[in-house]
Design a protein around this ligand. Structure first.
Ligand SMILES: Cc1cc2nc3c(=O)[nH]c(=O)nc-3n(C[C@H](O)[C@H](O)[C@H](O)COP(=O)(O)OP(=O)(O)OC[C@H]3O[C@@H](n4cnc5c(N)ncnc54)[C@H](O)[C@@H]3O)c2cc1C
Length: 475
């Protein structure tokens, strides 16, 4: 097997790494290299010099030491769903945590400790065996790691808070290769930064979450309407979002109906507006609480009813398949002015790809009640978050799709609360948008924590928070 995979990378360095880690170490000559290097976003096509598939924390320690010894830049992968492709790297070291799949549920204490390679489908299945869950993302093959570190919203957010609000402790490999704990009593500054500050501060190998009683059957699902009702549906959502109890979580999706059996043939390939909802509570209460949704207009498709929580968590998986090309913009919204509604309708109808999605999620409830100083997540008072997901087939010209997404996002700015969701920020947005995603006060606190835990900016393959003061060195 070839060992020199990058000029300057000595054969003995690679041999030493292979001898010291329990998981496989891949280079471009390894048969599985091409499959492993790929990520969810097919537009990202990067070739790491070395991939370390870590099975446990000591493997991560060895990987970090290797990176520091050889000078290779580092990328970190949990579930591989980074939209800008941060869990891929050209010519560097990819520290792949996907083999770390342990899930230890403590139903009595309502806690779960999870390996960094677990995805939401796996965690939901394990916790639901005990009738428990923690707020997770709405697409089940997304990683728990990246989602939690950036905040993490899902159907349970209005009763249970964000994923990061439920992160009680973490095991972290630091930039200098130590394994440390982070909790309210051990390195609390690190825990604070991990609750929303992204992958800037260390590599988390285990996450411990607080669990909540959930389901296992909830009342929820979706009502689908033809596109000509889009403006009215968004105004209807806006009107009810400020009134519904915390147990109710609402969203709208502007998509094109796929040729799926749930949709009547007449809708296949046509733009539709989907009103999505879930009620975290009893079935009878849920049916009563969500009844108002059917008063909007007779839906073309009615998928609202009792649904297992694990199925709710997989309801939209088919809309975001791996390997398509994606470009995403987002913004926290203080409100949803009529002008924004009209502009979203225009973009929905003037789409450059049938695969594009515009998603509007209601926020509030428990998210808004967490004290700002408890976490590095900022936009707790936002009423909504809008996500414009440009999506197209490999081979299509990128330009028009990216411009469509940018234009739809710009149209939302009159309702902006001040910045984007960091996990839905794409690679080209720049330092000012990263700063705005945190707000000045949180950002300044994050760069101070970064200076303590990663003064050399080893973890810079992300929406980077440089160590020290604003504007200091950035690799
Ligand atoms: C289809 C899809 C649906 C989504 N739905 C939601 C949703 O409902 N709610 C929501 O809040 N977000 C959602 N997101 C955004 C999602 O939170 C981010 O894309 C997140 O980064 C995915 O995490 P991951 O572990 O899969 O990604 P990865 O690509 O593995 O990781 C992303 C980055 O996070 C950092 N990172 C990952 N693991 C670690 C670790 N263990 N230690 C330190 N740093 C680490 C690294 O910087 C890494 O590059 C969605 C994204 C996609 C693609």
């Amino acid at each position: 097997m070839t060992a020199t995979v990058r000029p300057g990378l000595a054969d003995e360095d690679l041999a030493r790494l292979r001898a010291r880690v329990t998981g496989p170490v891949l280079d471009p000559s390894t048969p599985t290299y091409d499959e492993v290097r790929r990520v969810w976003n097919g537009a990202v096509d990067k070739h790491p010099a070395v991939i370390v598939r870590c099975a446990e924390a000591p493997d991560v320690v060895e990987a970090i030491r290797f990176a520091r010894r050889t000078g290779l830049p580092v990328a970190v992968r949990g579930g591989g769903h980074s939209i800008p492709g941060f869990s891929a790297i050209d010519g560097g070291l990819l520290i792949d945590l996907q083999p770390m799949k342990t899930i230890d549920v403590d139903p009595d204490q309502r806690l779960v400790t999870v390996g960094a390679g677990v995805v939401w489908a796996e965690l939901d299945r394990a916790t639901q065996e005990h009738g428990l869950a923690v707020t997770g993302g709405e697409v089940s093959d997304t990683g728990i790691a990246g989602l939690t570190l950036g905040g993490g919203f899902g159907w349970l957010k209005r009763t249970c808070g964000l994923a990061c609000d439920n992160l009680l402790a973490a095991e972290v490999v630091t930039a200098d290769g130590r394994v440390v704990g982070a909790s309210d009593t051990e390195n609390p500054d690190l825990l604070w930064a991990l609750r929303g500050g992204g992958g800037n501060f260390g590599i988390v190998t285990r996450f411990t979450y607080r669990l909540h009683p959930v389901g296992p059957i909830l009342y929820g699902g979706a009502l689908v309407h033809p596109a000509q009702r889009t403006a009215d549906a968004l105004r209807f959502l806006r009107e009810h979002a400020s009134r519904v109890p915390d147990e109710t979580s609402l969203m709208a999706a502007l998509v094109v109906a796929p040729p799926a059996p749930e949709f009547p043939a007449a809708l296949h390939g046509h733009p539709v507006v989907v009103l999505g909802a879930a009620y975290h509570g009893g079935l009878a209460e849920g049916e009563h609480a969500l009844g108002f949704l059917r008063e909007f207009a007779p839906p073309a498709v009615d998928l609202l009813g009792p649904i297992p929580y694990v199925a709710l968590q997989q309801m939209v998986d088919a809309f975001t398949p791996r390997g398509l090309h994606y470009y995403v913009k987002s913004e926290w919204l203080a409100d949803l002015p009529d002008g924004v509604v009209d502009a979203l309708v225009d973009h929905h109808l003037a789409r450059t790809s049938p695969l594009h999605q515009i998603l509007l999620h209601q926020m509030g409830g428990a998210v808004s009640r967490v004290a700002p100083e408890k976490t590095a997540f900022t936009y707790r008072d936002a009423a909504f978050v809008v996500t414009v997901a440009g999506c197209w087939q490999p081979g299509d010209a990128r330009g028009p799709h990216v411009e469509w997404a940018r234009s739809a996002w710009r149209a939302c700015l009159p309702g902006s609360a001040g910045g984007a969701y960091i996990n839905h920020l794409d690679a080209d947005e720049g330092a000012n948008r990263i700063r705005a995603a945190y707000g000045a006060a949180t950002y300044d606190r994050l760069i101070a924590v970064k200076a303590v835990w990663d003064p050399d900016n080893v973890f810079c393959g992300n929406h980077n928070i440089p160590p020290g003061h604003s504007g200091t060195r950035q690799r």
